[in-house]
Design a protein around this ligand. Structure first.
Ligand code: COI
Length: 332
């Protein structure tokens, strides 16, 4: 059995080597380049591919893989929003993702963003860097005094709620699919308007489905408390960036912590030092002392990366063997 693993990064190699040692019967061809219509030919003769990239898996790429005899593709990440689902279905692809690799990685990151903003860390850091070591005026706020509105109570939202409860925060949450344990605790509100009315911090943990795109917009921000803090470590297009900037300008939004951004593809995970920065809206956000931007690094922990590499390869083997694969992606 042979798998071609595309765009393998150096930091993924230890986990991949460990997996290879446990699966001597599987030949893994390591490719450092992305999967493109051109590089797809490298998979000729293999049984499946393992991939991760933010670039689209568009019709041309899937067609090229199909022409190379491959229709079993395993993503090393959770998001499937960059797949041309209609093409994948038509070409008979079977696709898996890694739906859960470490909810804690993302949930902790969201909690850190909240904590850093509550204690006004970016403002202090700027002051301290210029050797101004005075306290005032950046007085902080305590997590236990906050009501945190968690939108989406899947794996990540659930872990985040536990973390925040440890700090003593009050939780209100909303999801169309209710978690029975949380329901018993009575933390769900019936609608988003109720959550916006109560929350000092609003954090989103839902997928980028059509109905969720720009769910944080002028209208939802207007319904939030004055001085709300907005956190997004899920998907960039959940937040209308222009509306967020308007909210920050007016002071309605006190602060924001963003690990994702609407137009992050091609901008995040690149080194712009000494080069013209390509996105003025992002520059606007980066220049604010009440905004923390992290370049989609919430997932980036040793534990998560190991799980992403090893679970995706396990799933690809399951597909190749014709077994019921964990994490099969519904192509629609
Ligand atoms: C995903 O798993 O879809 C993520 O958002 C993390 C990715 C940058 C590897």
């Amino acid at each position: 059995m042979k798998i071609v693993s595309y765009s393998i990064r150096d930091d993924e190699m230890p986990a991949l080597k460990e997996w290879q040692a446990q699966h001597p019967d599987v030949e893994v061809q390591i490719e450092h380049e992305l999967l493109t219509p051109e590089s797809a030919a490298k998979a000729q003769g293999a049984d499946g591919v393992v991939v991760y990239q933010q670039l689209p898996y568009d019709r041309a790429t899937l067609q090229a893989l199909h022409d190379a005899g491959i229709n079993k593709m395993s993503l090393r990440n959770v998001g499937t929003d960059n797949i041309d689902m209609a093409a994948a279905k038509e070409l008979g692809f079977q696709i898996t993702n890694v739906s859960v690799y470490s909810p804690n990685a993302i949930a902790e990151h969201a909690a850190w963003l909240m904590g850093r903003l509550l204690r006004r860390e970016p403002e202090y850091t700027a002051k301290i860097n210029r050797h101004d070591l005075r306290w005032a005026p950046e007085i902080g706020r305590e997590m236990r005094m906050q009501t945190v509105g968690v939108i989406g109570t899947g794996h990540i939202g659930r872990v985040l709620i536990d973390i925040l409860k440890g700090f003593g925060a009050k939780i209100v949450c909303y999801d169309v699919f209710k978690n029975p344990e949380l329901e018993k605790e009575g933390v769900y509100v019936d609608n988003l308007a109720d959550l916006y009315q109560q929350a000092d911090i609003v954090t989103v943990h839902v997928p980028s489905l059509k109905e969720n795109i720009h769910m944080i917009n002028d209208d939802s921000i207007a319904q939030m408390k004055d001085g709300v803090i907005i956190i997004n470590v899920a998907r960039g297009d959940l937040v209308d960036t222009d509306a967020l900037i308007r909210g920050l300008d007016s002071g309605k939004v006190r602060a924001a912590g963003l690990d994702v951004y609407e137009k992050e593809v091609g901008v995040f995970n690149e080194d712009w030092e000494g080069k013209a920065f390509p996105d003025q809206r992002l520059e606007n956000l980066l220049n604010r002392k009440n905004v923390i931007i992290t370049p989609h690094t919430a997932f980036y922990t040793e534990t998560a990366v190991k799980n992403m590499v090893q679970i995706s390869h396990n799933c690809n083997v399951q597909l190749i063997k014709g077994e019921k694969a964990d994490n099969l992606v519904k192509l629609d």
